[in-house]
Design a protein around this ligand. Structure first.
Ligand code: GDP
Length: 298
């Protein structure tokens, strides 16, 4: 089985077959810079980040007298790492028991899968985990979650068709009573353009705070790395509604849009806690800017 890093590389290489190959065996000229600009845009770096990077590279080309494509690639890597490093802020669970994590994201983003991976991650650190099945609209999803919890030694608090905020409240009370370390509160995931969804998750957040005034301690947004620039629109909408404190970006093992992280860093930066690089339970990795840029430019 290939390591997650090589899977990340293989996935990102779908764009970067161009991003990497743009540089090879060429001297730097206007045409190369134009090709690079188009490739960065195609990789979903977004207009702002692409222009910033291009301006830096032009400056380096003239000022440092860069000549070869290889030198340009190295300069781009350096600037990308500088851009992405502020997002490299691992999630640290401490100071609160229970540590309350609220999870948001649109359906299909990989929220349920990521919750499973996170539960495994916390358990491997010796922490007990309780899950609030706040997506009360999808009965099948809820049942699946309860079953999955039973198999994996994770208590799941669920309620038939009830109020998601009430589920969150119950879960936090239960976690306090049982001395649980980490509570993950799942929320519904219809599209963020649906205003009442935003109102509903804002209410979940308020009720969490009623159950535990210091919480929630982390508000995660799960984004599908394949949706490119749309991820930014989702980030802005969810941030406005609930105040996002961290991101998980999934499916980076199979995307040609890995530049979206640069767009986020440039226009709406948030700590990128984890990246999803596969469907398996181990396929959630802390974000490391240097590794990521290596993969993107491979
Ligand atoms: P939810 O609707 O947000 O809860 O999404 P799910 O967790 O059900 O995930 C939707 C699909 O994406 C499933 O088929 C998952 O296996 C898949 N998925 C989630 N994360 C990743 C990832 O990092 N890589 C890949 N390749 N697939 C993923």
């Amino acid at each position: 089985k290939a390591s997650w890093l090589s899977r990340l590389k293989a996935g990102l290489a779908r764009t970067s077959s161009s991003l990497g190959s743009v540089f090879s065996l060429r001297k730097i000229d206007e045409e190369l810079l134009e090709d690079l600009e188009a490739t960065l845009l195609m990789a979903d770096c977004g207009v702002e980040a692409t222009q910033t990077l291009l301006a830096e590279l032009r400056r380096r080309w003239k000022h440092d007298k860069l000549e070869t494509g290889e030198q340009l690639r190295a300069a781009l890597a350096e600037h990308l790492v500088k851009l992405l490093t502020p997002l490299q802020q691992p999630l640290v669970i401490d100071g609160h028991k229970p540590y309350i994590i609220m999870l948001s994201g649109v359906n299909g983003a990989g929220k349920t899968t990521s919750i499973g991976k996170l539960a495994r991650h916390f358990q491997s650190q010796g922490k007990s985990v309780l899950l609030a099945a706040g997506d009360t609209f999808r009965a099948a999803a809820r049942e699946q979650l309860v079953e999955w919890g039973n198999r994996n030694n994770v208590s799941v608090i669920a309620q038939d068709g009830g109020d998601p905020a009430a589920v969150a409240f119950d879960a936090i009370s239960a976690a306090k009573a049982r001395g649980i370390d980490v509570v993950m509160v799942d929320t519904a995931g219809r599209l963020p353009t649906q205003l009442h969804l935003m109102e509903e998750i804002a209410k979940v957040r308020r009720v969490i705070q009623k159950a535990e005034p210091s919480g929630p301690h982390e508000v995660l947004l799960v984004l599908d790395g394949n949706v490119g620039q749309n991820a930014l629109a989702q980030l802005k909408a969810f941030d406005k509604a609930v105040g996002i404190t961290g991101l998980i970006i999934t499916k980076l093992d199979g995307t040609a849009k890995g530049g979206v992280i640069a767009a986020i860093a440039r226009t709406h930066p948030k700590p990128l806690r984890f990246i999803g690089v596969g469907e398996g339970i181990e396929d959630l990795q802390p974000f490391m800017a240097t590794e990521y840029v290596d993969a993107l430019l491979a």
